[in-house]
Design a protein around this ligand. Sequence first.
Ligand SMILES: [Mg+2]
Length: 164
Amino acid sequence: MSFSLRPHHKFRKVEDISPEFLRRKGVELLILDVDNTIAPYKTLTLEPAVLEWARSIKDAGVRLFIVSNNKGQRPEVFSKLLDISFIKRAGKPSPRGVREALSASGVEARRAALVGDQIYTDTIAGALAGVRVILVEPIKFTNIFLAIRYFFELPFRRARESED
Ligand SMILES: [Mg+2]
């Protein structure tokens, strides 16, 4: 897939990404960002709606894999809750963590997608690794810097493809 700062698809939250949508796009592996994508910063639990969504994705035969820049315990805590693998300190926008997840899963880049809430880390890492990029809205702005960064992302937050 060609490189772009714009995501292929955009949803408000991860729970809006349906198993049917992923099947239509031929996605076998969905790589998850953690912070502000599946949980707000600092929490150590997942909302029931997110757990239920993850189960529905796995039930549909799509594998999940956490690739997070987080250096703390959250990637591991959430990977245990979801019973999936994880990579932390991924260094996005470097594509390294995404590529590691692909090779650990044995899935080709064109059969994988990454979902995250940021342009300058998630979208770039996904684009450099050649996977489909799905952008969601950040769950919560916990400080002014997140809001400022979001402002500078706005020119790129439009999706390139329609949802069908
Ligand atoms: Mg994030």
